[in-house]
Design a protein around this ligand. Sequence first.
Ligand SMILES: C[S@@+](CC[C@H](N)C(=O)[O-])C[C@H]1O[C@@H](n2cnc3c(N)ncnc32)[C@H](O)[C@@H]1O
Length: 513
Amino acid sequence: MAGREGIEDLPQPFDAKRLEPAKRRKHNNGSPLGASNGSARHQGSGKAIARDIPSVDDELPQPFDAKKLEPAKKRQRSTSPSEQPRKLKRPGQRARISNNEAAAIRQRHEQRERESAQAATDAAVAHAHADQRGINDIVRQHYNAVPERGRDWRKTGSRIKGLRVFNNWVKSTLIQKFSPDEDHTPGAQQQGRDMAGAYGHELIVLDIGCGKGGDLGKWQQAPQRVQLYVGLDPADVSIDQAKDRYRSMGSQGGRGGGRGGRGGYRGARQQQQHHLFDARFFVKDCYGESLGDVDIVRQVGFDPSPMGRSGFDIVSMMFCMHYAFETEEKARMMLQNVSSALKKGGRFIGCIPNSDVISDRVAKFNERTAEKEDAVEEGKPSSEDKEEGEAEETAEWGNELYRVRFPGKTPGDGIFRPPFGWKYNFFLDEAVEEVPEYVVPWEAFRAIAEDYNLELQYHQSFKDIWELEKDDHILGPLSERMGVRGRGRGPLLVSPEEMEVANFYVAFCFYKV
Ligand SMILES: C[S@@+](CC[C@H](N)C(=O)[O-])C[C@H]1O[C@@H](n2cnc3c(N)ncnc32)[C@H](O)[C@@H]1O
């Protein structure tokens, strides 16, 4: 799918000499979650991937306990309406109804909240037991059917070209900031081989949900050379297209992305660009199955034990992890796969829908619904009253480019408990035709990730990433070359509608400890 996928549009090469070590450059920059996490790493202590090796108990993921995950803020929001004074909608109105009437209304509210909570739990459990093949097939068929329309169309013909380039810039930003090793020296590889004839450590990358290979070009431009890229995706047609894209990079001297002769690479940098990493692609469901049966993954190193011989430097999951939150089983399999693949100090990067945005929208929808129901109970018919037999309204929002729609009831307070199985349909113009996705409740995800020795390093909404990085000496000029903004710190070329879609997402980075 397009708006949320890959670069087709290769940025100009980076001058890696100008890059500060990605490790510390921005990690603490305005990331409230990163900062609050409290580890030495988050305080910018340089090398440290230091944490004691976990005990055996740490290794064994414990069953999910939703209560322990709720942040204080959310816990307060989830207080039942019976426990908090309800705001008066119209001052003085309460004075016109008797105490008995008021008590009856309150009871009805409480009853409704209980029913809503129960229905929500039932829905989540039902989803959790749904036929998993069904959803997998729908998602796979959808992505297989998305046509590959070529770079020119994406750059000029697309109605969401601003969103496409912006999303690509965010993905490049994640790769620039977090793919280099902690001890990588910027520019070292441009000097050529060392005395032993090597380029120093080269990265091994696992791209889960790689789709049509839209990020191959970004990896070719990574500040630290990539040795091997492994792309996995259940959509077989997409995997074939990814292989084609990789082949076309090879035939263009490793520049990637079908861009042909635009470049101006010189000297050592030219050599670096012409080095094309090795790449392998496989059709694979990475959330329902272990990756341990993929040969190349096993050869690189795949080991569930934290003491083991896991071999990947990076696992990337761009715009696809939300499919894993259909069930707890899948989410844990996904994290087990990530953790087993990553070596100690390895990075897990990705983009997912922002559950804070979803929770706020859902809570507001339910508040409005409750107010309408109150009005009806108080005998004030509204033009929006339902006709008999009319379908129950469900939470839904969007703009001319995108739409999010929950098919069933959602929690009144916007807190998704249990944190799995909360299905919604997502539509994005030109890109996604009402495909089912699942909410990834952020705090639950972060806490479960810790069970798999994945420690949060970075969590930022797309809008904040733009604000924080747009003037960076590498990422700023990159945004101009990619067409996110006009030349010379020109205007943003992403429309407000496109920005609203972009801000439906957050980017993250975890470290394997
Ligand atoms: C929005 S696309 C993103 C593609 C690519 N990561 C990008 O950013 O260009 C979502 C991808 O997730 C993949 N996906 C869905 N379910 C998956 C699963 N169980 N395991 C791995 N990938 C999956 C889809 O096939 C699709 O290619």
